[in-house]
Design a protein around this ligand. Structure first.
Ligand code: A3D
Length: 320
């Protein structure tokens, strides 16, 4: 069987990390694309030279030509600009919407059968726009955010309870912004609900509320520390987990930004919800029961995403 082909659009901080992870895991051959000349080629050469040390045979190439992504099985999109301190994700819309148009046209022409994972911010609006510009089926275009946001929530909870991160199953819904909804009632430690752990005296409601707030601002906290860009290790790791679920037909239930029509009272919008990812891409959107507080918070998050779509349509008249 021929090796899988992974195309990475954007060879910046996340793109380079994605290439390294995909190569180490031997997920397939890797093509790094960027508009910046020399960057994808240089990173591809550097990463190829990890092969003899790490023992991978993945072929890694860098390019500025969309034709080189032809036939890709998976495409992960990080093209665009990241945040700097003081910026919200939404401030990126003006530049990144234009980037999504170029990428969408490249995908339509050269990789119409790929499973596409978008990471570019503001995530929920950019994945929607990328789907519109590319014309690919909705089940094959998803956004990465929930896996990362849940990992942030899980990390902070593991620290709080003094337990292994492996035992924490954290749950975050909604758009990838400061209005995201970490849901404690669906968050467990080895099957024990967080609320029960609080009742046992292992933490307090106030501490859990602080962790929820820290999770919501988790990206901004890292931007504030790095000063020159945003998080890249955990975002890349999260997208790789989604790509593996697709390539391995794993039927994993992952929180992803997917097109939701009918469920959660939504009529066609990309937002973060639990999703079954397998060989057909998005195989199912799982609608869970939400308590009143989570429902209200989810609505606030959905409204924030809707506002971004209005802004996208105002910038680019071709977006119906
Ligand atoms: P960065 O290191 O700047 O890399 C972006 C790359 O995109 C650069 O190499 C650019 O040259 C390239 N690029 C710009 N325009 C184009 C274009 N038209 N076509 C192809 N390539 C282009 O950023 P990064 O890798 O740190 O972040 C990439 C994106 O991911 C940003 O929008 C971030 O905000 C976003 N991000 C999202 C999350 C989520 O959880 C959703 C987390 C972290 C970062």
């Amino acid at each position: 069987m021929a090796r899988k082909k992974i195309a990475l659009i954007g060879a910046g901080m996340i793109g380079g990390t994605l290439a390294h992870l995909a190569a180490k895991k031997e997920m397939g051959d890797i093509v790094l694309f960027d508009i910046a000349e020399g960057i994808p080629q240089g990173k591809a050469l550097d990463l190829s030279q990890c092969g003899p040390i790490e023992g991978f045979d993945a072929k890694i190439t860098g390019t500025n030509d969309y034709a080189d992504i032809a036939g890709a099985d998976v495409v992960i999109v990080t093209a665009g600009v990241p945040r700097k301190p003081g910026m919200s994700r939404d401030d990126l819309i003006g530049i990144n919407l234009g980037v999504m148009k170029q990428v969408g046209e490249g995908l339509k022409k050269y990789a119409p059968d790929a499973f596409v994972i978008c990471i570019t911010n503001p995530l929920d609006a950019m994945v929607w726009a990328l789907r519109e510009f590319s014309g690919l089926p909705h089940n094959k275009v998803v956004g990465m955010a929930g896996v990362l946001d849940s990992a942030r929530f899980a990390t902070f909870l593991a620290w709080e309870f003094g337990v292994s991160v492996k035992d924490v199953n954290a749950f975050v819904l909604g758009g990838h912004g400061d209005t995201m909804v970490p849901v404690t009632s669906y968050t467990t430690v080895s099957g024990i609900p967080v609320d029960d752990l609080v009742a046992m005296g292992k933490s307090t409601k106030a501490r859990i509320d602080e962790i929820v707030t820290r999770t919501r601002g988790g990206g901004g906290e890292i931007v504030g520390l790095l000063k020159t860009g945003s998080a890249f290790y955990a975002p890349a790791t999260s997208a790789i987990a989604m790509a593996e679920a697709y390539l391995g037909d794993q039927k994993r239930i992952l929180p992803c930004a997917v097109y939701v029509e009918g469920k959660y009272g939504l009529d066609g919008l990309y937002v973060g919800v639990p999703t079954v990812i397998g060989a057909n891409g998005v195989e199912e959107v799982i609608e869970i029961a939400l308590d009143d507080e989570a429902k209200q918070n989810f609505q606030v998050s959905v409204d924030a995403v809707k506002e971004l779509l209005v802004a996208c349509k105002a910038i680019d008249g071709s977006l119906g």
